[in-house]
Design a protein around this ligand. Structure first.
Ligand code: NAD
Ligand code: WQD
Length: 348
């Protein structure tokens, strides 16, 4: 049985956690990442966690020549494709870079996969493709629309994958739409390591708790939600990682191709910004000074998944609670005050 998986973007936040889960599930992994938003230290730490070095290639998904070398060397069962850029604000300022990395990069990867007859792909999509949802919870048939280049790049790739599946029924193109990934590995060894000031809520909260940032601004307290603040479906990154393992197991069981298959990965539960802040304070006993500020442009009031399809097809369900998410985020933050620039005591 071929258990070898190419993990593009495997040095990143979700990719590193998924590498650990894949190894534990018996897969052989090869990580391909250009380290544009990650650090080689994450790869070291994953190696230490799994107790063996993982094969790492520093490379760009837009480099077809290098990808071919990797496909020449290894016979892959499939590709889990995390590589891409993900900052919404930056995508508005630098749209061409986003379309180039996320769309051209994915086309390049698909071309090489086709050349080497590798037809199994798990693609990192996002709840952002649902835009401002008309109804909640959001299921996979909800209308899709995007208002920023990042979201548009994900939606464009989804359309490309859909067209590819129609063109030839050999393809298995599972598109996982992640809701709001947070948390860190319970060991405290790997986690989210944003460059600069975080854009996302959980890393911002944890840096306020650590005293690196003085105050959290809560963007909007006049939404029509439980307490006026935005509501999101926060999902623990290790649950998300298990979702990829479950998707692969599902693929391995299929006797005929699945084509383009979009599946939400969320908990199915909405939590407000204030609820998350309170949970973090309660769990970690740290103080989080905050103030209410104007709504952030482009934000929506509420977003949470129907997680039924993942349960039905993959037998997967998120298990970890908001308390686990806060606890593990804080452990990672406390053990690595400067992210991967902190000295690790871990050795392979
Ligand atoms: P991340 O930035 O931590 O990881 C992405 C990795 O891809 C990084 O290691 C980066 O160096 C690498 N990369 C970027 N461009 C590349 C290229 N051209 N060639 C090779 N490697 C490249 O982000 P993440 O949070 O782990 O997200 C992983 C995927 O999931 C991304 O595609 C992202 O858009 C998607 N996603 C993330 C979230 C989230 O909130 N974190 C939500 C939904 C979807
Ligand atoms: C969550 C809530 C903010 C920061 C983004 C991307 C999405 C996906 C996940 C990749 C909102 C509020 C935030 C702060 C705040 N990424 N907030 N103060 O916007 O739901 O989703 O990450 O695919 O595409 O858009 O996540 O964590 O930024 O915000 O009040 O300092 O927290 O207004 O209500 P978001 P987020």
């Amino acid at each position: 049985m071929n258990n070898k998986i190419l993990v593009t973007g495997g040095a990143g936040y979700i990719g590193s956690h998924t590498c650990v889960a894949l190894h534990q599930a018996g897969y052989d992994i090869v990580v391909y990442d250009n380290l544009s938003n990650s650090s080689y230290e994450a790869v070291n730490r994953v190696s230490a966690l799994i107790g063996q070095p993982i094969e790492f290639i520093e490379g760009d998904i837009r480099n077809a020549g290098l990808l071919r070398e990797v496909f020449d060397k290894h016979r892959f069962f499939g590709v889990i494709h995390f590589a891409g850029l993900k900052a919404v604000g930056e995508s508005v300022a630098r749209p061409l870079i986003y379309y180039d990395n996320n769309v051209s990069g994915t086309i390049n990867l698909l071309n090489v996969m086709e050349e080497y007859s590798v037809s199994n792909l798990i693609f990192s999509s996002s709840a952002t493709v649902y835009g401002d949802p008309e109804t909640l919870p959001i299921n996979e048939t909800s209308p899709r629309s995007c208002t920023n280049p990042y979201g548009q790049s994900k939606l464009t790739v989804e359309h490309i994958l859909g067209d590819l599946a129609v063109s030839n029924d050999k393809w298995n193109l599972i598109t996982l739409r992640y809701f709001n990934p947070v948390g860190a590995h319970p060991s405290g060894q790997i986690g989210e390591d944003p460059n600069d000031i975080p854009n996302n809520l959980m890393p911002y909260i944890s840096q306020v708790a650590a005293g690196k940032l003085t105050k959290l601004s809560i963007f909007g307290n006049d939404y029509s939600t439980v307490d006026g603040t935005g509501v999101r479906d926060f999902i623990h990154v290790t649950d998300l990682a298990q979702g990829h393992v479950a998707a692969l197991s599902y693929l391995k069981k299929q006797s005929s191709p699945v084509g383009f298959l979009p599946v939400n990965l969320g908990t199915g539960k909405g939590t407000s910004v204030l609820e998350l802040v309170s949970a973090f304070i309660e769990t970690t006993k740290q103080s989080i000074p905050y103030k209410f500020a104007a709504r952030r442009e482009g934000d929506i009031a509420s977003c949470y998944a129907s997680a039924d399809k993942a349960k039905k097809l993959f037998g997967w369900k998120a298990k970890l609670s908001i308390t686990d998410m806060c606890q593990d985020t804080w452990r990672w933050q406390s053990m690595n005050p400067n992210g991967y620039k902190s000295i690790s005591e871990y050795k392979i």
